[in-house]
Design a protein around this ligand. Structure first.
Ligand code: FAD
Length: 286
């Protein structure tokens, strides 16, 4: 099923992001975690693509596993970084042969030291346009409620986001954020720009201080004072911090849904116990 069609239903959409093992790393743990998460019946599961295209084979095989063995709609990530023009038709055919018809098309993170590498597709919008030409895929793109790190400001970033929509993107998935008002503000600006495709809100239940610092640095997402207090209070109590992280994410999700957001994308970090705790909290609410 195409993911864009889930948004036409009168029901909240909860999806999970998982990442494949690195090249040549054992796959069993990820398969087990994916199965446990599939049992929670998310609308779809997205499968990331390692920086620089390093996990390509594992991304495709995990996407196929999710789609065909676990019976959950798979959203396979694909990046400009690591994709050559002449290879794209084969890559798309491989996905189609595996019944994977939803792609999240991204520029991608550069591998360390490769920031200036030449790209066959410079921006995600170029890749989106190319994939849409085949007519075979529902294509998603990324968006950034606080602006992309490389953009001078949120207005320029919004101009650039419009290119993805003009290229035919079917839906968007947001970068993680901790302050819902930032997301609501982003939705107003997107609507004013004529961006009317469905937008999934990206939520990351943070469960360790080290993880949160890394994620904020990578994504450019700002911590809220409320979240900072939680980190300060429970910095040496990992179990309490995990519970507080789950409670914070649940609170964010309920507020988003109550205010009309229909899609929530959980960055699970391959932790079924965290995704499960949130889903349990949402029972009877979504
Ligand atoms: P683009 O849309 O190309 O944007 C990159 C920058 O260029 C932005 O600053 C944008 O404003 C600017 N820009 C865009 N178009 C133009 C234009 N026409 N002219 C001038 N400037 C322009 N990375 C991975 O490597 N693998 C993954 O699996 C992965 N999954 C992700 C999932 C989600 C939901 C999100 C939010 C991010 C993900 N990323 C992933 C990270 C992503 O690849 C990086 O954030 C990357 O730096 C930008 O990707 P993009 O697709 O938004 O790029």
């Amino acid at each position: 099923m195409y993911i864009k069609d889930y948004f036409k239903k009168d029901k909240s959409i909860i999806s999970f992001e998982i990442f494949p093992p690195k090249k040549d790393a054992p796959v069993e743990g990820v398969l087990e975690a994916s199965k446990l998460m599939a049992d929670m019946k998310p609308s779809y599961m997205s499968i990331t693509y390692g920086a620089g295209g390093t996990s390509r084979d594992n991304t495709v095989s995990l996407s196929s596993y999710v789609q065909n063995e676990l019976g959950i709609t798979a959203l396979s990530h694909l990046t400009c970084v690591g994709t050559k023009k002449e290879e794209l038709p084969r890559m798309l055919r491989e996905l189609k042969d595996n019944n994977v018809t939803n792609i999240l098309a991204l520029r991608g993170d550069f591998p360390e030291g490769g920031e200036n590498m030449p790209l066959h597709y410079k921006h995600a919008s170029n890749l989106i346009e190319e994939i849409k030409k085949t007519g075979d895929f529902c294509v998603g793109g990324a968006c950034y409620p606080e602006g992309h790190l490389e953009s001078d400001n949120v207005y320029i970033d919004m101009e650039n986001l419009k290119y993805k929509v003009d290229a035919g993107v079917d839906f968007l998935v947001s970068q993680l954020f901790f302050d819902n008002s930032v997301f609501f503000n982003f939705l107003y600006r997107a609507a004013a720009k004529g961006i009317n495709v469905p937008i999934d809100a990206g939520i990351m239940p943070v469960t360790s201080k080290k993880q949160i610092k890394r994620m904020c640095a990578l994504s450019g997402s700002a911590l809220t004072p409320k979240y900072k207090s939680i980190l300060d209070k429970y910095y040496d109590k990992p179990e309490s911090l995990e519970k507080a992280g789950i409670a914070y994410a649940t609170d964010q999700i309920i507020d988003l849904i109550a205010n009309g957001v229909s899609g929530i994308h959980l960055y699970t970090m391959n932790k079924p116990e965290i995704a499960g705790a949130i889903m349990k909290n949402l029972e009877g609410i979504i």
